[in-house]
Design a protein around this ligand. Sequence first.
Ligand code: AMP
Length: 471
Amino acid sequence: MSDATAKKEERRKFQAIRGTRDLLPPETALWSHVEQTAHEVFATFGYGEIRLPIFEQTELFARAVGGDTDIVSKEMFSFADPFNPDDMVKTMVQQALQLGLGVELKHFEQAVQQSAEDKIQFLSLRPEATASVCRAYIEHNMQQLPQPVKLYYMGPMFRRERPQKGRYRQFYQIGAEILGGTDAPGIDSEVIEMLMTFFDKVGLQGATLYINSIGHNGPDCRRAYIGALYNALLKNKDQLGPDSQRRIDTNPLRVLDSKLESEQAIIATLPHIADHLCDGCKTHYAEVKRQLEVRGILYQENWRLVRGLDYYMRTTFEITAPGLGSQNAVCGGGRYDGLVELLGGPPTKGIGFAIGEDRLILSLQESGKGQVQQGRDIYIAWMGEKAYATAIRAAKDLRKAGFSVELPPVEQKFGKALGQADKLGAKYALILGDNEVSEAVWTLKTLSTGEQAKFPEPDLLEFLRKQKNVS
Ligand code: AMP
């Protein structure tokens, strides 16, 4: 390598990968506030926190999220992991790896099969967490606990999506799942009540709750609807775009997701699932709506809110928030009674939701609710060795009392120190010089007004405490 090239290498600047980002202070204080509120609200509804691995076997997601979905077929970050680390990755593995990065499902399955023979496992960064929660429920025999088991989680998820406002490759979700026990409408309406309580407490304005029932996967219910939908779509095939045309055969429900302007008039004429629900699902839906009303929760019905996978059933919901442009869904959720069984567990009722934390934060910021307390309470401006020792003690006591304190590590002239205190947005400067130390009377300057007052040490703490309670 030439010297010039080496120098260039040295100066190379690293950047966060596209679709990922650093969250920095002061914004991170808002993230913490949102998460803390979730901990508090969910605890009042009797939920316990579950912490899950960031990566799992690819097959878990392939099964739970669905091999035909964009998430699994195109968007997962997957990698091959040899069981035996000494067994270095062979050509075959590299081929399998490439295939595993989401081409056609049949190739992927071949690769997985081959990998089992080669003693290699395929792992993926989690694109969502419901699958992991269900896996953990089965793995830890949680069906033996009092049912239902109510769990919540928060953390990063990974999807190789095209980044844009409100859409990232590493994004954060806060979610909850209720597993086991009954599918009584009281469960569905209470989980929605918890969500709306959380959004309210966190200060989200203008959130709209949309609900629907997608029935169950039976011939007298959703399957009858899909048949009717299929026929109606076939009749109008020529007026649909290529994606929707393809979906008529692969997954007709997904046509209802279309945002294409040219397709909206046709979609408006399609049959509604509400007219095809079996009696059991119809009664369940009516009761969920009644109980939302009892709980004082406003909702709008949206017949186009559907899910493409068989195990999803009955209650489906979504919450949108203002200020987010086209990516305006802050939360999606619904009932999935067949999922635990699909993953090898006993028949288990299940319902849950996932909040997009990035979007929630964006919406709070757009509505001016994103302000978090910045700056310090107190900046200690000290001069002299003796004053430094007092300043250290003062900082310790003030921090213990819950104040945020900036204690400069080197001596500065008072003028400079006060300037620094201003820059950091401190409310007060505590001035400690020789006089203050020898007289044991300290000077406190309120930086917004310039007012200055002297206090004996114990009175100062009392004064600051009172001020804090007022603000
Ligand atoms: P889903 O797991 O796809 O049902 O998504 C649940 C919620 O997560 C959505 O309503 C969004 O708020 C959020 N979300 C999903 N994908 C992304 C992404 N790529 N970037 C940011 N938020 C996302």
